[in-house]
Ligand binder design. Structure first.
Ligand SMILES: NC(=O)c1ccc[n+]([C@@H]2O[C@H](COP(=O)([O-])OP(=O)(O)OC[C@H]3O[C@@H](n4cnc5c(N)ncnc54)[C@H](OP(=O)(O)O)[C@@H]3O)[C@@H](O)[C@H]2O)c1
Length: 351
């Protein structure tokens, strides 16, 4: 029988915990370790909470090298901590040095070459030297606003504009994401924080646009990126969070990119906690216009947590066989797990 693929889970926030829970019950995977840079206790608590069946066999700690050594080796690190490449460099390099493959959901990891070509080249060299592969993935960026429209262009004979609207929920995400949206601030605090450069909003536009451009063979330049707060007037209890009236519950963001050859890409992303009657339903909409309009709608919108975790897990078998270096979801075929009981891919409905 094919030995299980041994996973190490780095980051025990919302996404990291969810991925640990799913990995623990995915045939063909064995949880080898959990890493929380903040404390070994956090890692141990996450292991006990999300993967109780692995407590005796897996190792928890605050340092990747130590966890992997104590676990007697591992195959893949599932990295769910930061979004920006500058913060991801050290954990990626640490994993590569240990000869471990990486699935990373940080936004900049979707297409790192576009964020910082020099840093990405350094990581690529190291990954190749240590003969390991990595892939950046996630619902968005990494799927809805880039990979899906890219795939849909295959059934058109040309496109002049691409519009993607993703109206989604912030409920699956943790503090890192909510803080970057200014959730819980008053509109005045939001404006002041934005002025200080503290509101990132959706971090994935640069990555999505660069990934789309590479996939479609055009050169795209972002010409607007507007981020407005979504404020609720009434006090609300949303998705387990309580908010007084008059505070930010999400952001409405819109990015437009144009090509020198005339095509345009518009990426609209309202995301918020909860939904009140009368508000736009959650959905993903992709429109490709090239004379005939192709319109694809996913309703309700992909759950950003479920979809991100499913992608992390489902890309592991392909990553195990991939050529060393930095991959994208477009350069890896979706490959089933070898374990006969794995039933193809993880069913999103079951996670
Ligand atoms: N591509 C996509 O579609 C996609 C989807 C979802 C999330 N993301 C990105 O993935 C990342 C994780 O998301 P999340 O919702 O899980 O966030 P989260 O709940 O805030 O968890 C992030 C975890 O990262 C670690 N961390 C954060 N800041 C740290 C710091 N300054 N020093 C050390 N460790 C730190 C912590 O891990 P420990 O508690 O273990 O110390 C924290 O629990 C975010 O960057 C988010 O933007 C991308």
């Amino acid at each position: 029988m094919t030995p299980a693929i041994r996973t190490v889970h780095w980051g025990t926030g919302a996404m990291g915990s969810h991925a640990l829970r799913v990995a623990a019950r995915t045939p063909g995977l064995a949880v080898a370790g959990v890493v929380s840079q903040r404390s070994a206790e956090r890692a141990a608590a996450a292991l006990a909470r999300e993967a109780p069946g692995a407590v005796d066999s897996a190792v928890a700690g605050d340092d990747l090298a130590e966890v992997v050594a104590r676990a007697g080796g591992a195959d893949v690190v599932l990295l769910a901590t930061h979004g920006h490449l500058v913060d991801l460099e050290a954990p990626l390099a640490a994993a590569f040095e240990l000869g471990l493959r990486v699935v990373c959901i940080g936004e900049d990891a979707i297409y790192p070459q576009a964020v910082d070509a020099e840093l990405a080249a350094r990581l690529e060299t190291l990954a190749k030297r240590r003969a390991v592969a990595m892939v950046g993935t996630g619902a968005n960026p990494g799927y809805v606003m880039d990979y899906l429209p890219m795939v849909l262009t295959a059934v058109t004979t040309g496109w002049s504009s691409i519009r993607v609207r993703r109206a989604s929920s912030l409920a699956p995400f943790g503090e890192t994401v909510l803080r970057s949206m200014g959730v819980g601030l008053t509109p005045e605090q939001f404006a002041a924080a934005a002025e200080r450069g503290e509101i990132d909003g959706h971090v994935g536009y640069d990555a999505s646009v660069a990934f789309l451009a590479a996939g479609l063979g055009v050169s795209l330049e972002i010409v607007d990126n507007v981020c407005e707060p979504i404020v609720r007037d009434r006090p609300t209890e949303l998705d387990g969070h309580s908010y007084p009236g008059g505070v930010v519950v999400g952001v409405e963001q819109r990015c437009r990119a144009v090509a020198a050859t005339g095509q345009s890409v518009i990426l609209e992303h309202p995301q918020r906690l909860g939904r009140l009657d009368g508000e736009e339903p959650l959905h993903d909409l992709i429109e490709l216009d090239g004379g005939d309009l192709l319109r694809a709608r996913i309703s309700p919108a992909l759950d950003g947590g479920v979809a991100t975790v499913a992608l992390m897990i489902n890309l592991i078998p392909a990553l195990m066989r991939a050529e060393p270096g930095i991959h994208t979801i477009a350069s890896l075929p979706l490959t089933p797990f070898d374990a006969p009981e794995a039933r193809g891919r993880v069913a999103a409905a079951n996670i």
